[in-house]
Each structure stands twice: as structure tokens, then as C-alpha cells.
Design a protein around this ligand. Structure first.
Ligand code: PLP
Length: 458
């Protein structure tokens, strides 16, 4: 147990040694073998630079840009770069803390632009990131989910049919997180514009790599502010711009579209507050680190990183296609390799891959879609991709030898989500199988109960 408030302060060296020891139990953030959560360009010296930049601005407060003009200048530089990359020469934007916040604010702006509606609605494809459901929940906006087509992409005619008088926003992904495929943004944007509805492109995941993949010749559709009808777009710098965590950008086509995103309040005795984003006080650290990262890598650097990522995706996808027992589930057209079972238990396979040092992300069955394994591929994987085929073949053989998970007969309730329940299962495969077998509602209740058990003070 760590005592966060010892009687007397502890020497710096000891504190850092303790932190290093704690960190040693985490999944490896670097090294090209973790396929979710982290984005690693494997560039020498970049971490040190970003850390130094972070330290320089960590105590600067984004609450008031007139007090700290350095931060305002950095934010404007970041938004300017994003606008040039994503076809929005005249766009305006804000720096947020992450993709979820950018999406939340895009939905808020759309909702608050229509104060005449009692229940504003948003229309999203079923593959849209969970952040849209969260935004709808937080903001009391109705969520209309449109099933994707057999190609896993948003379905324009079905989307058109879902738009109603009180729809304030249509969204599409570029690409979707689960499968890494790009929605038909020009079609979606055209039909939104026809009905005078805002159109948000969630490019949180791929926004900083798709333009480079397109420049390298990938046959990907247009997806950004250059597409008529797209009114806003989000792109996370802490994903494929390889900045440390805590930075995303939300851009709107015009200042007028952005206005309802802001919140100002003068009805209290303190300072008059005006916030473009959810947080009021916010650290300049992540923003300075992102700026340093962009300037260190540069446009040509990102192009080279995208080429390495593309090659790594091709190598991993070929490994999947050539391994009996698994199959590619989605076309590996961006930076995701998504595989499904062709005869093996996928949750056991994920455990067997992890035992061999390859950390993938299992995805549960959803509607008609089977469980899958997701791999987010970053440039660091270029160095390890060649070793994946043999690890996968080994892991598949071991999965076959172990056989599928047999779940105990349990009538699960959320109250049963305790460490004792987890202790009854061996490895994540059994836990994932249990969650997979549960309805989405029960799954939500189970993970909520379990998180609540985890988050107990020591
Ligand atoms: C497509 C997409 N949108 C939104 C998000 C949410 O981003 P964040 O985790 O930074 O809040 C993600 C995260 O993976 C994503 O892939």
C-alpha cells in the first residue's frame, strides 16, 4: 500500500523509485506489442522532448488566455495545423482533453444551437464510438442508432430515414475504432446538409493518419472539412499525432457554428467565467507537449510514420489471413487489424497471445457481429510485425489444445461482480466469455459494479 500523505515528506529519489516499481506492473507502453490504449512512434528522444515541454507548462492555467498568452498561442498553432491537415482553411477550433470531450462538445454545440427543441436528437451509425452515447446521456439528447451495412460502414439511406425534424446532428467515423473502416462521409454530409442538420466527423482515432495514408496512395474516401456539409470534426493528438495523453482538437467550419459550444457565466460574485471546453482550470502541460511533438516530427515525419504503420498493418493482416483458425473480419484499410474466429475460442486466443507478449483487445459479440480481436497498429509495430505470424500460429495451436472456455452455470447479477467472483475464473478468457454471454445491459451493470469495487481507497 502506498501512503499518499506520509507524516513527513519522502526524498525525491525514493518516490521516483516507488513510482517506477508501480509502473513495472503495467502493460508495456513502448515496444510495438500492445495494440490498444497507447500510440508509439518509436522515435528516439521524442518522449524526453515531450516531457520537458510538459514540465515547462504544467502549472500554466488554460482558464484565462489573457493571463497566459503562451497557452493561447500554442492552442491556436495546434488548431491551425489541424485545420490545414483536415481541409478546413477557415475553420476554428478548441483544444480539449481527449476524444470523448471533443465529441461531447460537438453534441453540446449542436444541441444548444436549437433551444427551440424539447428533445434534440442525434443520429449515429451503430459502430460510432461509445462517446456519442455518453454525450447523449450527459446532455439529455436522444440517441438514434442506425445499423451499419454488411460492409460495417454507415448506411446513407437508413441514416436519411432516421433524420427527423428534431435531429440536430448526424455523425460518422473516419475510421470507426472497432473495425478501422471509414464511413461514407460525403454521402452522409450531403444528406445532413439537405435537411439543414449539422454533420460531425469523428476522426478522433484516424484524423492524424488518414491524410498521410491518402497521400501515400491509399484508396480512402474524402472525410474531412473539405467535404461539403461537414460542419465539425474531431481529431485526437494523443492518438496518431503521438502526443502524450490529454489532447484532442474539435474544429467547426465557422465561428458561428462554434459559438454554442462555449459556456459563459456572470451570475455569481467571482470572476466572469468563459469556458470553451468542459474543464475550467486546465494544465498547459499536455498542450505544450503536443506542440513540441508536432514540431519535432513535422509533416514529412508523419508521412514516414504513416508509411511504416501501413506496412505493419499489411504484415499483420497477411499473418491473420494465412493462419488457419482465424480470419480477417474487416478490410485492413487504415490502421486496424480486426480478426474473427474461424474455429478457435477468440478469448482464449487473446490470452495465449498475451502469454507470448502480444497484448490485443478482445471485442464482445454485438448484434449480428461475432466477437473479434482488435489491434490498433502504430508505427512502432513496424519493428515487431515480422514476428507476429509465428506468435499467432503458436497461440492458435495452444488455443486449440486448451479448448474453448466452459462457463459455470451462473445466474449472474451485478451484485456478484466482486474480486471473489473474478478469482473463480482463470485468466481474462473466462471473464471475457462471461461478459460476452451477458446481455449488453447486464455487462454494463457488471463492469460498473466491478469498477466500483476496484475504486476503494486504501
Ligand atoms: C473513433 C473514436 N472516437 C472517440 C474516441 C474517444 O477518445 P478518448 O478515449 O480520447 O476520449 C476514440 C478512442 O479510441 C475513438 O477511437
Amino acid at each position: 500500500m502506498i501512503d499518499a500523505l506520509p507524516d513527513d515528506g519522502i526524498p525525491a529519489e525514493q518516490i521516483l523509485a516507488e513510482l517506477r516499481e508501480m509502473r513495472a506492473g503495467d502493460l508495456p507502453t513502448h515496444g510495438g506489442r500492445l495494440f490498444a490504449y497507447v500510440y508509439d512512434p518509436a522515435l528516439d528522444g521524442l518522449d524526453e522532448l515531450a516531457e520537458a515541454a510538459h514540465a515547462l507548462s504544467a502549472h500554466v492555467n488554460g482558464l484565462d488566455p489573457t493571463a497566459f498568452p503562451s497557452l493561447l498561442a500554442m492552442e491556436n498553432a495546434l488548431v491551425g495545423a489541424a485545420a490545414r491537415l483536415l481541409g478546413g482553411d477557415r475553420a476554428v477550433g478548441s483544444v480539449t482533453s481527449g476524444g470523448t470531450e471533443s465529441i461531447l462538445l460537438a453534441v453540446k454545440a449542436a444541441r444548444d444551437a436549437r433551444p427551440d427543441l424539447s428533445t434534440p436528437r442525434i443520429v449515429v451509425p451503430s459502430t460510432a464510438h461509445a462517446a456519442f452515447a455518453k454525450a447523449a446521456h450527459y446532455l439529455r439528447v436522444a440517441l438514434d442508432v442506425v445499423p451499419v451495412g454488411a460492409d460495417l460502414r454507415a448506411d446513407p439511406p437508413a441514416t436519411a430515414a432516421a433524420i427527423r425534424e428534431d435531429t440536430v446532428l448526424v455523425a460518422g467515423s473516419a475510421p470507426s475504432y472497432a473495425h478501422g473502416v471509414v464511413d461514407p462521409i460525403p454521402e452522409l454530409a450531403a444528406l445532413a446538409a439537405e435537411r439543414n442538420v449539422r454533420m460531425h466527423v469523428d476522426a478522433c482515432f484516424g484524423g492524424w493518419v488518414l491524410p498521410y495514408l491518402r497521400r501515400l496512395g491509399a484508396g480512402l474516401p474524402e472525410f474531412d472539412l473539405a467535404v461539403p456539409g461537414v460542419t465539425s470534426i474531431s481529431v485526437d493528438l494523443h492518438k496518431y499525432a503521438y502526443a502524450p495523453k490529454g489532447v484532442s482538437i474539435l474544429m467547426h467550419r465557422t465561428e458561428e457554428l462554434r459559438r454554442p459550444q462555449y459556456f459563459a457565466y456572470a451570475g455569481w460574485p467571482g470572476y466572469t467565467m468563459v469556458n470553451p471546453v468542459v474543464s475550467s482550470t486546465r494544465s498547459g502541460g499536455p498542450i505544450a507537449a503536443a506542440l513540441a511533438t508536432l514540431r519535432a516530427i513535422g509533416d514529412n515525419g508523419y508521412l514516414a510514420l504513416a508509411a511504416r504503420t501501413r506496412d505493419a498493418v499489411a504484415t499483420l493482416a497477411a499473418a491473420v489471413a494465412n493462419t488457419e483458425g482465424v480470419r480477417l473480419f474487416a478490410p485492413p484499410e487504415t490502421t486496424v487489424v480486426c480478426l474473427a474466429s474461424a474455429g478457435v475460442d477468440l478469448f482464449v486466443l487473446a490470452d495465449e497471445l498475451a502469454a507470448r507478449g502480444w497484448h490485443t483487445q478482445p471485442q464482445m459479440a454485438f448484434g449480428d457481429l461475432p466477437p473479434t480481436i482488435h489491434l490498433t497498429v502504430t508505427a512502432a509495430v513496424a519493428a515487431t510485425a515480422g514476428e507476429f505470424a509465428s506468435a499467432l500460429a503458436d497461440a492458435v495451436a495452444a488455443t486449440r489444445a486448451r479448448g474453448p472456455i466452459e462457463l459455470p452455470e451462473l445466474d449472474l447479477t451485478p451484485e456478484m461482480a466482486t474480486p471473489e467472483l473474478l478469482a473463480r475464473f482463470e485468466g481474462m478468457a473466462a471473464v471475457n466469455s462471461m461478459l460476452n454471454a451477458a446481455s449488453p445491459e447486464l455487462r454494463e451493470a457488471l463492469v460498473t459494479a466491478f469498477l466500483s469495487v476496484l475504486q476503494r481507497p486504501e
